[in-house]
Design a protein around this ligand. Structure first.
Ligand SMILES: C[S@@+](CC[C@H](N)C(=O)[O-])C[C@H]1O[C@@H](n2cnc3c(N)ncnc32)[C@H](O)[C@@H]1O
Length: 272
C-alpha cells in the first residue's frame, strides 16, 4: 500500500484527515506505529487499525510532537536578550506605548512562553511598560501542564543556576515556575490551521510585536506552512519580528520573510 492510499483510507474509513503532514514525517511516524504494534508491513498495520479501535487516534496523537525546552535555541535567545527586546523596549517608550504583545504559537507545555517571560522580567526596568504573552497550542493536555507550571528536574537543564534560583521553586522532584511570570501569560487552545482567524481569539486583534513559531512548521506540507506564515504577516505589527526554529529558517526565507541576523532564525516582514 502506498502512503497516498493510506491517507485516503484514513479519511474515508476513520474520518481522520492526515493529508496536511509532511510526507517524510508522516512516513516515519507510521513506520514507528508499525513497529510499536509488531506489524510487519503497512498492509498488516492497516488490518491492525481496522481491528483495534483506538489505534487510529494513537497514530494521530503521535503526529503531535510536544518536545520543548527552556531557552531552547541559545543563539536566538541571546540575540533576543541583547538586541531585539532592548530595541523593542526603546521603540515602545519613544512612541509612548505601554505594552509589548507576544504570541508563542505551538507553545507545548509552556517552556518557550516562560523563557520569554523571564527575559522580559529581567530586561524591562520601566514600571510603565507591561508585556503580555498569548501562548497557544491545539493540545489541551499540554496546555494544562503549561498553566500549572510544574516541571521535572531534567526540564531545567538549559536554565542557568541564577535563573533557576530566581524563577523556579524546587519542590521534591519538581521545579515550580514563579507565579509572578504566570500573570503575564494567557494559555489558550488555538489551531493554527483554522482558516477563519489569523490570531488567537484570546488576543482579540493580534497586533503582536513578536511571534514565536518554533519547531512546528517542519511537520506540515508546504501549503499548510504557507497558510500559517501568512497568518503571522496579518497579525504582526509593522516592524514586528517572527522567530522560528533553526530547521525552519529555510521555510521562512522561501516565504516573504527577511532574516535580520544570519543563522539566528529571527525575521521581519518585508512588506505588509
Ligand atoms: C515540537 S513542539 C514545539 C514547542 C516549542 N515551540 C519549542 O520550540 O520548543 C510543537 C507544538 O506545536 C503544537 N502544534 C502542532 N500543530 C499545531 C497546530 N496546527 N496548531 C497549534 N499548535 C500546533 C503541538 O501540539 C506541539 O505542542
Amino acid at each position: 500500500m502506498k502512503l497516498a492510499q493510506f491517507k485516503q483510507q484514513m479519511e474515508q474509513v476513520h474520518g481522520l484527515d492526515i493529508s496536511m503532514y509532511d510526507e517524510t514525517f508522516l512516513g516515519k511516524s507510521i513506520e514507528k506505529r508499525i513497529q510499536g504494534t509488531q506489524c510487519n508491513s503497512i498492509e498488516d498495520y492497516w488490518y491492525y487499525l481496522e481491528q483495534n479501535y483506538g489505534e487510529a487516534r494513537t497514530l494521530c496523537e503521535s503526529l503531535h510532537i510536544h518536545f520543548s525546552e527552556f531557552f531552547r535555541d541559545p543563539l536566538t535567545f541571546a540575540l533576543l536578550e541583547r538586541v531585539i527586546i532592548p530595541e523593542l523596549i526603546q521603540k515602545k517608550i519613544a512612541n509612548q506605548q505601554k505594552e509589548i504583545r507576544i504570541w508563542s504559537a505551538g507553545c507545548a507545555a509552556g517552556q518557550e512562553a516562560y523563557s520569554i517571560a523571564v527575559l522580559m522580567e529581567e530586561i524591562i526596568t520601566n514600571p510603565v511598560l507591561n508585556y503580555r504573552i498569548f501562548a497557544t497550542d491545539l493540545d489541551e493536555n499540554v496546555l494544562n501542564v503549561a498553566r500549572l507550571g510544574h516541571y521535572p528536574v531534567e526540564a531545567i537543564k538549559n536554565v542557568s543556576l541564577k535563573r533557576s534560583q530566581t524563577w523556579f521553586t524546587r519542590q521534591g522532584e519538581s521545579y515550580i515556575i514563579q507565579p509572578s511570570l504566570q500573570k503575564h501569560i494567557d494559555f489558550s487552545n488555538f489551531d493554527l490551521l483554522e482558516e477563519k482567524r489569523s490570531c488567537p481569539p484570546a488576543s482579540i486583534f493580534g497586533e503582536f510585536d513578536l511571534v514565536f513559531c518554533c519547531n512546528l512548521l517542519i511537520y506540515y506540507q508546504p501549503d499548510y506552512r504557507n497558510l500559517i506564515l501568512n497568518k503571522f504577516i496579518d497579525s504582526l505589527t509593522l516592524g514586528g519580528y517572527l522567530v522560528t526554529g533553526a530547521s525552519e529558517r529555510v521555510v521562512a526565507l522561501a516565504h516573504s520573510y527577511r532574516e535580520i541576523y544570519p543563522q539566528a532564525s529571527i525575521f521581519c516582514v518585508n512588506q505588509k
